[in-house]
Design a protein around this ligand. Structure first.
Ligand SMILES: [Zn+2]
Length: 162
């Protein structure tokens, strides 16, 4: 179905780079945002109302499709081709093995960042000096691990980390 021309972006609702659409499983889509339509106040308010549907385009195409959000699911980056948009095609030159390694590194960085925050909260919340010192020591280790992994990501995975 052709979408209305207007939409509202929403990075929270659509954080993934590309999406799979139930009616068209062979091709990856970019989600542009929530479809909007004029209502009786639009003329003076300039604001439109969300229709509850999603506006998306196929990779490599600019036709705007109006889709039910239930039919739209996030697609892993390595699952589709960034050039032609076909699911299963790898001619875009992305090294999928290295891409996965980089993703794992990023996930591990996120784990360490969460633990770092926890340790700092625990260190501040504890009155017993030696317990608090233990959490600070662990927090310091987290900082070192995060720094090392960030450097590795920057130095060794720059090509797959766009
Ligand atoms: Zn391709």
């Amino acid at each position: 179905m052709r979408a209305r021309q207007h939409y509202e972006t929403d990075d929270q609702a659509f954080p993934a780079e590309a999406y799979s659409v139930r009616q068209c499983p062979g091709v990856a889509f970019y989600v542009l945002g929530w479809e909007t339509a004029p209502d009786e106040d639009t003329e003076w308010s300039g604001m439109e109302e969300r229709t509850g549907r999603v506006v998306a385009v196929m990779i490599g195409d600019d036709f705007k499709h109006s889709l039910d959000p239930a039919d739209v699911t996030p697609l892993a980056r390595e699952a589709y081709c960034g050039v032609c948009g076909q699911v299963g095609c790898a001619h875009d030159g992305l090294d999928r093995e290295r891409y996965r390694e980089a993703q794992e590194l990023k996930e591990e960085i996120a784990v360490q960042e969460r633990r770092l925050k926890e340790c700092l909260v625990l260190a501040h919340g504890c009155r017993r000096g030696y317990v608090s010192a233990n959490y600070r020591a662990e927090a310091r280790q987290c900082v070192v691990r995060i720094r090392t992994m960030r450097e590795k990501l920057k130095n060794e995975f720059a090509d797959v980390e766009g």
